[in-house]
Design a protein around this ligand. Structure first.
Ligand code: ATP
Length: 442
């Protein structure tokens, strides 16, 4: 049974605390498009930073790029998206609603009382028809077929078409990878579940180019590394699992594919795909562009078209996963306490500085400590309301450490550091505070 209340609480907390807002809300919102607020932008940025660190900075065999969203329309013919990036849809001739044929059972007919599509006596569902998910627009002043360009539905193609540029410009040799983070757009028919499935989203994709015959080994290695990454950002291992694609599920380009799934309140769902794409991509771009994309292996004196192992994760989906995984309620002094138990490395604010009272020189000292910490990591200063209330506000924002400047600070220079999850308190000298917090950020 889906835990809809948890999602409702999370959506409301995200709005109230400034993680995620509905796009164009004052105009009634835009379907399945969302904006990130002050805390949300930090959380998502931390997800992307951790991914970039693990994929590009920590390795010698991966280079980063940032390709444009608009690409030559032939790219999407070569990739198979023009012909095949489609979902089967059914229309209802009565209420004009559209549903994904494979998701009719999860959808709702807009007529009242609420029922599944096809269950009202007046429903008239059509046979499934194919619908392309790419957003089209026009380049230049004329809105004609020759000017059609697409908003990219995935970032991967920007990597394939730059594979030779990167190879020539860097000192990489196969096996090596190219990583990219960027926006992608899909005109999803059944978007929903908050930021899980949206029409505009960000992908974190890495394509690893390997010698044919070694692709399956690399695929297994990448599976291991990617699952480790999800553990390292703090997701609960028991809520992650592998979903292997069976023969009927495999995409046209894939030789093998596994999804990493997370147990959301609305069920197990994909957050990242790891695919063995064989030599399909470079083969197609070689054919459609007429440019040779073979790799010359000098040591072995042989030429071949590299195979590709892809890891493809959604930055927004991982952000949602972190929010769901971190959401925690407990009972403190007869009241419900809500805490977002983020791993400190992804928490939007790392520490709060709180003067216990607004007198006796505490605010001045707190202000000095705050500015010292703020140079090192994102911090928040709060001097309004009872200290318990201030702790609760920081718990809801997911801030792992609250540093309280109290009477003892004035005497011996130590501050009370209160930890968000266990609510334990220790005293740390103000001179060591920055280092103490940094050591715990991971
Ligand atoms: P799904 O089956 O959920 O539609 P997919 O198999 O089409 O996903 P891929 O094309 O493999 O997804 O995209 C890789 C990753 O990009 C997904 O694992 C997901 O994290 C993210 N992603 C894909 N579509 C969306 C979307 N509409 N909104 C948010 N993230 C998305």
């Amino acid at each position: 049974m889906a835990d809809t209340t948890l999602m409702e609480k999370l959506v409301s907390l995200c709005k109230r605390r400034g993680f995620v807002f509905q796009s164009s809300e004052i105009y009634g919102g835009l379907g399945s498009v969302w904006d990130y607020g002050p805390l949300g932008v930090e959380l998502k940025k931390n997800v992307k930073d951790r991914w970039w660190r693990a994929m590009v900075h920590a390795r010698d065999d991966i280079e980063g790029i940032d390709a444009a969203i608009l690409m030559h329309p032939r790219v999407w013919e070569a990739s198979g998206h023009v012909a095949g990036f489609t979902d089967p849809l059914v229309d209802c001739k009565t209420c004009k609603a559209r549903f994904r044929a494979d998701k009719v059972q999860d959808a709702q007919c807009p007529q009242k009382p609420s029922k599944k599509p096809g269950e009202h006596s007046t429903c008239q569902l059509t046979e499934p028809r194919m619908f392309n998910l790419m957003f089209k627009t026009f380049m230049g002043p004329l809105e004609e077929q020759a000017a059609v360009v697409y908003l990219r539905p995935e970032t991967a193609q920007g990597i394939y078409v730059n594979y030779q540029n990167v190879l020539n410009a860097s000192r990489q040799k196969v096996p090596f990878g190219i990583a990219q983070i960027g926006k992608a757009f899909r005109n999803e028919i059944t978007p929903g579940n908050f930021i899980f499935r949206t029409r505009e989203f960000e992908q974190m994709e890495m394509q690893f180019f390997v010698k044919p015959g070694t692709d399956q080994e690399w695929f297994e290695r990448w599976r291991g590394w990617r699952m480790e990454w999800h553990h390292a950002i703090g997701l609960t291992p028991a809520r992650l699992r592998w979903h292997p694609h069976g023969p009927g599920e495999l995409a046209h380009y894939a030789k093998a594919a596994y999804d990493i799934e997370y147990e959301f309140p609305f069920g197990w769902n994909e957050i990242e795909g790891i695919h063995n794409r064989s030599d399909f991509d470079l083969g197609r771009h070689q054919e459609y562009s007429g440019k040779k994309l073979e790799y010359f292996d000098q040591a072995a004196n042989e030429r071949y078209l590299p195979c590709i192992v892809e890891t493809s994760a959604g930055a927004d989906r991982v952000t949602l996963t972190l929010l769901v995984d971190a959401y925690h309620e407990d009972e403190v002094e007869g009241e419900t306490r809500v805490a977002l138990r983020f791993h400190p490395s992804v928490a939007p604010i790392k520490a709060a500085v709180l003067p216990l009272v607004k007198k006796e020189g505490m605010p001045e000292l707190a202000d000095r400590i705050y500015h010292d910490l703020k140079r090192q990591f994102p911090c928040f200063y709060d001097d309004s309301g009872a200290i318990g209330r201030r702790y609760r506000r920081m718990d809801e924002a997911g801030t792992p450490f609250c540093c309280t400047i109290d009477g003892q600070t004035l005497q011996d220079g130590t501050v009370t550091v209160r930890e968000r999850d266990a609510m334990t308190q220790v005293r740390v000298h103000q001179d060591q505070l920055g280092g103490w917090v940094r050591e715990r950020l991971g």
